[in-house]
Design a protein around this ligand. Sequence first.
Ligand SMILES: Cc1cc2nc3c(=O)[nH]c(=O)nc-3n(C[C@H](O)[C@H](O)[C@H](O)COP(=O)(O)O)c2cc1C
Ligand code: SF4
Ligand code: SF4
Length: 380
Amino acid sequence: MSDNLFDIKVGDFYFRNPIALAPMGGITDSTFANEKAIDAGLVILGGYNLDSATQKAAAEMVSRGRKEFESHEPLKVIGDELKAVNEGPVVGINVRSSKIDSLIKAAELVRDAGAILELDAHCRQQEMIDIGVGQALLSDLPKLTEWISRIKETGVVLSVKVRANVVDDIELVKKIDAAGADILHLDSMKEGAGADLKLIKEVRDSTRMFLICNNSVTGIDSAKDMFTRGAEMVSVARAVLEDPGIIGQLVNRVSIQQEEMGWYNAPKHVCRGEGDLRGLAFCCLPVKPCPVHNTIAKLGYSAQEFADIKNEFAKGTMLEYGDSTCFGSLVWCCKISKPCYLRDGVLETLGLSDSEYMRLKKELADYILDHAKKPVNSQA
Ligand SMILES: Cc1cc2nc3c(=O)[nH]c(=O)nc-3n(C[C@H](O)[C@H](O)[C@H](O)COP(=O)(O)O)c2cc1C
Ligand code: SF4
Ligand code: SF4
């Protein structure tokens, strides 16, 4: 597969595909990544315990049988591990600390090594929660957001890993966004129910941060469920332990999807109630009562303004054509997966492939969001 098939970027980092290895303390080191995730777009190693309080907590966790990376020289370990990962994937380092100073030092190290730092606001082991680390940060937003801002002052590209359904997720996401994080790594866990797909869509509609989602991904169908709700990347943890080939299989399947479809994480249609705001790229001219009206209102568009913004984008592109379609141009046409001989006839006449059509729809979705009168992350 070509390394340029996907156009996925955060800061100066280009990911060659949207599949990531998620961190598992005591397990996901460079050896594990090299053996089981060599095809991934991103491998996140760790979590590493940066200060004496987290190291003590980790030792207690180990004494009750949990795996952890134990070291009193975590920065040396991280430096060595960063050098030991084979070329290919971008590398992330997942860290925990009860003190900002050690997070800053790790951020500087990781930045200089050309990797991404990930702050663990996710771990729910009692020993970590008791010292205000991991998931405990979700309940202390002033501390979490101050730490994010301070870490970002180093210039590192920062991911924040959170567990869903612990606090008000939308408030949390907006605060993390406003504090300057680059990536939200969302464990979309819903207790007893696997991944919370509805929440992924709601989060997608609350932020334009780069969104990595996980929980219970075991194959392409569960990954697709997350992509269609707005995940830019899907990460996998436990399934890699069960099936060491899963990352390679996911990369293969999503690459085929991208080659054929042109927009690997294309949203669902808005009318089904499952489509996020990007789905407006597939909406009709807003002339009849339907869910489009509520959806455009979230972005501050009137029906006329929505029509104008789509027409403005279409001008000079292939989406301008299509007299024989329902609303006179491809800019109002449906997702390629919806069978339609009218649209497909126009595409054939124009010589526009399915994937080229969908790439234009992706650009259109970005254009609609970029020009919103109420930006996505400002919504109440
Ligand atoms: C054994 C184990 C250790 C984990 N350690 C960490 C960790 O150190 N830091 C972190 O942010 N998440 C950690 N996680 C959470 C995973 O990264 C992931 O969010 C979670 O397992 C859900 O994804 P999955 O369903 O693909 O396993 C751990 C998960 C497991 C199973
Ligand atoms: S405008 Fe068309 S695609 Fe959009 S919600 Fe209404 S009926 Fe569905
Ligand atoms: S012509 Fe086909 S693709 Fe276009 S809006 Fe009508 S039904 Fe949808």
